[in-house]
Write a protein that binds this ligand. Structure first.
Ligand SMILES: Cc1ncc(COP(=O)(O)O)c(C=O)c1O
Length: 487
């Protein structure tokens, strides 16, 4: 296919017209993607890349059923949801059928950020409380209200970043966090920290509107909270008059395999008060949803303010949403997530036995993280090594990202059609790269991002790595405030 602009021209036009804080992947040598199919993306030269990170193209890039549903509806009608339309109610019925019964009321919106912003409005309207408890390293979206509750972002603004109505609870990370795998009951210990935060806030006259957490933290480092944690937190938050918001923007729609929703990993006895959805919901079409209880929805309505959203829940979006649900079912993508996810985790665990750089492999279904460490005991994040791996994989036409607060966690969240062969291919490549990196293990430990940008260590790393992959710009970018969740 001939392109309108050469890659160099596209890059130049982007520099000229697109805001400089909108970063591209692989800044040193960005990729121009012109088409995609299933779990593969193709650049302008027809080079094929295996996509291990795109949880938006949930049922596979350019899925024909999704495209057909969109085109068919677009040819007929697209308009706002103030007219009665069957797609809207049919989709609401289908979507809520995947959730526990009390989660029965939908608000359709257009992005994960819009969904979380609306969730905060619902929570604040419910009892008139204002404060929000969020987890350390969390990211919940790019609008002002969400930067306020996203330590992943506001921590980069210095002390001024955290607002007084925001309370940050430790991330329930049993590998790197406060209470680890050797703790007898990390779920209760982490929940007790939330309880203390509530008590302290109340002592200061503050009132909790909501606790918000991803059902599994993604940008925060592929963290799977210990089972039972959410139940205890919900109990404390409810006692304080607040509600529990489960952000499923990254992890929902069957990615965990065993369940349709990530929060269900906590056990049948846990039901959030609000669930927010995005990314995978429309397989690339911008749509999202907030689902809540009738009680919370009625409290929101009681303010007298109408809620109107021009694009949210339009017939085309709903047709697409329905097609995505159909494909998940028809192609048994949850089953695939279990089978391929287990296989991927098994392969990675074998690598862990072989390579001291792998500190931890954690995951469920097709949501897997590989925590790279310089030192198994101290668990010092191996940031430069993780960056090296993702750049080298890119040269092998494999797209993977490194995320988490130290950017040292290799993050898998591929389209759900990812296969055993794909898993084997990536892990074999990682094996090869790790084998070639043993020399790196003698690099003196550093803590990223602060240390890495100090000149002597920076130079040392560049010399020791000898991989010529890291430019000063890259290093600055890895440690810069602009880094964000991939997809
Ligand atoms: C957990 C989580 N919530 C919300 C959002 C915001 O979604 P969007 O970028 O669609 O606004 C993101 C985006 O990365 C996310 O990862």
């Amino acid at each position: 296919m001939s392109e309108l602009y050469s890659k160099a021209e596209t890059l130049e036009l982007r520099r000229r017209h697109i805001g400089p804080s909108c970063k591209v992947f692989f800044a040193k040598d960005p990729i121009k993607i012109v088409r995609a199919q299933g779990q593969y993306m193709y650049d302008e030269n027809g080079e094929k890349y295996l996509d291990c990170i795109n949880n938006v193209a949930h049922v596979g890039h350019s899925h024909p059923d999704v495209i057909k549903a969109a085109v068919k509806q677009m040819e007929l009608l697209n308009t706002n949801s103030r007219f009665l339309h069957d797609n809207l109610v049919q989709y609401a019925k289908r979507l809520t059928a995947t959730l526990p019964e009390k989660l029965s009321i939908c608000y359709f919106v257009n992005s994960g950020s819009e969904a979380n912003d609306l969730a905060l409005r619902l929570a604040r309207q419910y009892r008139g409380h204002q404060d929000v408890i969020t987890l350390d390293h969390a990211y919940h979206g790019h609008v002002s209200s969400l930067i306020d509750i996203s330590p992943y972002k506001f921590n980069q603004l210095g002390k001024e970043g955290k607002k007084e109505f925001v309370h940050v609870a430790p991330s329930p990370d049993i590998y790197r966090g406060k209470y680890r795998e050797d703790h007898p009951d990390p779920a209760s210990a982490y929940a007790d920290d939330v309880k203390k935060i509530i008590e302290e806030a109340e002592k200061n006259g503050r009132k909790i509107a909501a606790f918000i957490a991803e059902s599994m933290q993604s940008c925060g480092g592929q963290i799977i909270p210990p089972a039972g944690y959410f139940q205890k937190v919900a109990e404390y938050v409810h006692k304080a008059g607040g509600i529990f918001i489960a952000d499923e923007v990254q992890v929902g729609f069957g990615r965990v395999g065993k369940h349709f929703w990530g929060f269900q990993l906590q056990g049948k006895d846990f039901v959030p008060d609000i669930v927010t959805m995005g990314k995978p919901i429309g397989n690339g079409h911008p749509m999202s949803c907030v689902v809540t209880t009738r009680e919370i929805a009625e409290a929101f309505g009681a303010s007298g303010l109408e809620y109107f959203n021009t694009f949210g829940g339009n017939p085309v979006s709903c047709a697409i949403g329905l097609a995505v649900l159909d494909v998940i079912e028809k192609e048994d993508l949850q089953g695939n997530a279990i089978r391929v996810g287990n296989y991927l985790t098994e392969l990675l665990n074998k690598q862990k036995e072989k390579h001291p750089l792998i500190g931890d492999v954690r995951g469920i279904g097709l949501f897997v993280g590989v925590d790279l460490v310089k030192d198994q005991q101290k668990r010092t994040p191996a940031t430069a090594e993780a960056q090296h791996i993702i750049y080298k994989l890119k040269e092998q036409r494999i797209l993977l990202s490194a995320d988490g607060p130290h950017r040292n966690i290799l993050k898998f969240k591929p389209p759900m059609c990812f296969t055993m062969e794909d898993a084997k291919l990536v892990v074999d490549q990682i094996d090869e790269l790790l084998t070639g990196m043993h020399a790196l293990q003698n690099v003196p430990p550093c803590s990223f991002p602060n240390d890495i940008i100090k000149a002597p260590l920076h130079s040392l790393l560049l010399i020791r790595i000898e991989y010529s992959l890291a430019t000063t710009e890259d290093l600055a970018q890895w440690s810069s405030s602009s880094s964000s969740c991939s997809y």
